[in-house]
Design a protein. Sequence first.
Length: 213
Amino acid sequence: MFIILIAVALFAALSYAVSNSFRGGSETIIDEQARVAAGDVLRHMESIKSGYKYLVDIQGCSIDEVSDAYPATAPYDCDLFHPQGAGIRYPERLAQYQMEAEVLAISPTQLGKFSFNFPNAWTSGTYAGDYRWVGAGSGDQDIMVGLNFVTEKICTAVNEKIGLRFAALPVEDDADFGDDVSEFVGKNVGCAKKSNIAAPNVNYQVKMVLMAF
């Protein structure tokens, strides 16, 4: 009987250890998936940044002429996503990185879509005069690309990829970056929880500067 009791205790301990290892392994897998997703989002943004630079520096487009329209509309010479312009392939799977329920509830047009802060947004709309990344340039406005409503883990992974680790994800107000979180000052990419979304909804936003002024 004593041997049987020992065997039962050992089996229980083994089961507990295995169970814990699986839970830890699952969390590790989720974290790794978030890192891969963060890398994918940043690669797409870097591609767009290169395309923007090509249109302005090589194609001779002014900042007012560059278009983020997708599908593209004529004229195409200054369009990021048309072969006659920068020819950037628009990613088809962005929605998998977003909190779909949040996007559908707040802004269906942002599901699977990048958002752009181009010059026309600087002078009109809710956040006119507030599209800048503090320290990226010396001006009050910058041209940026963003992906709204990413998951919390992807947001964390984006910041870790640029060497920023926060105990809790930082909060930035409105459309700019760096005026609330000093760690973002002088950077050109990062992710923050945006304070302009009413509770209980939440928006984790990845942003990258395409051109600073």
